[in-house]
Write a protein that binds this ligand. Sequence first.
Ligand code: ADP
Ligand code: MG
Length: 286
Amino acid sequence: ATPTALMVGTGRAAKMGVLIKDGQALEEINDVKTAVFDKTGTITVGKPTVTDIIGNQDQVLRVAASLEASSEHPLAKAVMNAAEEKQVEPQTVTDFAVVEGKGVQAVIDGQQAFVGNDKLLADYQISAGMKRRMATLQDEAKTVVLVGLAKQIISLIAIQDAPKPSSAQAIADLKARGLKTVMLTGDNERVANAIAKEVGIDQVIANVLPNEKAEHVKALEQNGKVAFVGDGINDAPALTTANVGIAMGSGTDIAIESGSIVLVQNDLRGVVKAIDISKKTFSRIK
Ligand code: ADP
Ligand code: MG
C-alpha cells in the first residue's frame, strides 16, 4: 500500500476504536489463518462473580477473603466482593504466596490455607461427591476454586464470568472469513469447553500455565499466521510472539504495550474490522 493508503486505513480503523500501532500489523492481519484468544477478560467480560459456595459460607469466605486480599487476580476480586456483600471481615495472614496459574497460599491462625485449583491442592483428598459437584459446576461454565485449610478441603467456590455479548458474533464473523478460532486459557478444560461452546470457538487449549502461552502460539504458527488476542500480564509474551498481537484496551499496561493493535472498545468484533480494513487497504494497489 502507498503511505497515503496506509494512513487512510489506520485512520479509518482508529475511528472504529481499533488502534493500529504499526503498518506491518495491518498488512499481516489479512493473512492470518488462526485467531487465538485468551479467555478471561478477552472472550469474557472479566468481572467474575461468586455464584455458589459449598460449605459453611461465613467460614469459607473468611478464609478465602483473608488470602485473596493480597491477590490481584480477577477471581480474587470476585471472592472479595462476595465477602464484602456478606459482611465477612478478612483477617491478617502470614507467609502469603502466589502460585502462578494455580492460586494463592498463606498461614491463617497458625494453619496452612490454600485457595486455588485442583493442581494447587493436589495433595488434598477430594471426595467423590465433591468431584461430582465440581464437574457439574464446571459444565455450567463456572470456574471452581477449592479452599483448603489444615490439610482438608473445606469448600468449593463457584465463580462465573459470562462471555461479552459481542464475542459470539465476532467468532462467527471470523469463521465466515475462513479463520480457525482457538481459546488458550489457564482455566480448567470443562469450564473452557463450556464457554467455547457458548461463543462458537473451534478449539480449546486449557490448563495452560502462564509461561506456556507463547509456546502454544508458536506451535499454532505451523499452520499459518496467527493473531493472538489477550489482556493480561501473562498474555504479554504471547502478544509479542504472535504474527499479530492484539490487546484489549481494558488490559494491563504490559499487554497494551506488547500488542501491535489495541481494541479500545474491548470488543472482539474489532479483530474483524481490522481484517476488513486490511483487505481494503492492501488491495487498492493491486
Ligand atoms: P486465566 O486468566 O486464563 O484463568 P491464570 O493463569 O490466571 O489463567 O489462572 C489459572 C487458574 O489458576 C485459574 O483458573 C484458577 O483456577 C487458579 N488461580 C489463579 N490465581 C488464583 C487466585 N488468586 N485465587 C484462586 N484461584 C486462582
Ligand atoms: Mg485474561
